[in-house]
Design a protein around this ligand. Structure first.
Ligand SMILES: C[S@@+](CC[C@H](N)C(=O)[O-])C[C@H]1O[C@@H](n2cnc3c(N)ncnc32)[C@H](O)[C@@H]1O
Length: 211
């Protein structure tokens, strides 16, 4: 999807996102934030959306979120307040392909349900690796082609969302784990039905600065 199409698509989704796709994808959000909490420090959430994950970060975590959709960001900003345990350093409108952050500034970079939506996912992987500390971690949660218990059922479950989210239901995991900018550390399936995959990755040393 081109950037204008992203804005148009998510303008329609924003008001119902939390009750539909957002609810179905909660287990992945819990898994990704649990890992970020274990690591501590500064977290960058790329494609923060309506900010559904913000309440899961624990005290001491500093979160920065970026998203291309103003409509999704507005809902994320409305979730920031004293009920959150973590500190939200900022929620910015930004394209994941050109992150406006210096190299190596984040302990953990998290991308949930983003990578099969963005244009140029290879470039997004490079950018996430660049802004991650050399000893940091990149956590990706997504649906990938050929994963999930009963594939027919899984694809049927996702079908109402896929097209309208600009989501590529047949997205190849190789685009993520085969990126020259990262190394794979962990891969596991997540509910419902093993539909989503949790990945932990480390930035490759030579990725920093290679944009
Ligand atoms: C399926 S939603 C996931 C939102 C959130 N991560 C969650 O767990 O609910 C995908 C998000 O990616 C954002 N997005 C798509 N392309 C983007 C880009 N190039 N740069 C930044 N955000 C982008 C969309 O605006 C949308 O909020």
């Amino acid at each position: 999807m081109d950037p204008d199409a992203i804005s148009r698509t998510y303008r329609q989704w924003a008001p119902i996102y939390d009750r539909t796709f957002g609810a179905l994808t909660r287990p992945g959000r819990l898994a990704a934030t649990a890992r970020a909490n274990e690591r501590g420090g500064r977290v960058l959430e790329v494609g923060v959306g309506t900010g559904l994950a913000l309440r899961h970060y624990t005290s001491g975590i500093h979160v920065t979120g970026i998203d291309f959709s103003d409509d999704m960001l507005r809902l994320a900003r409305a979730k920031v307040g004293p009920t959150l345990d973590a500190t939200v350093d900022g929620l910015h409108r930004m394209d994941a392909r050109t992150l406006d952050f210096p190299d190596g500034g984040f302990d953990t970079v998290v991308a949930m349900y983003l990578i099969s939506v963005v244009p140029e996912p290879e470039r997004v992987m490079a950018e996430m690796a660049r802004v991650c500390r050399p000893d940091g971690e990149i956590v990706v949660v997504n649906h990938f082609a050929g994963t999930g218990g009963v594939i027919g059922g899984v694809e049927r479950l996702l079908a109402p969302f896929a097209d309208r989210l600009g989501w590529h239901a047949d997205f190849d995991i190789g685009t993520v784990v085969g990126s020259p900018h990262v190394g794979e550390v962990e891969r596991r399936s997540l509910p419902p039905l093993g539909l989503f995959t949790f990945l932990r990755l480390t930035p490759r040393g030579d990725a920093v600065g290679s944009g």
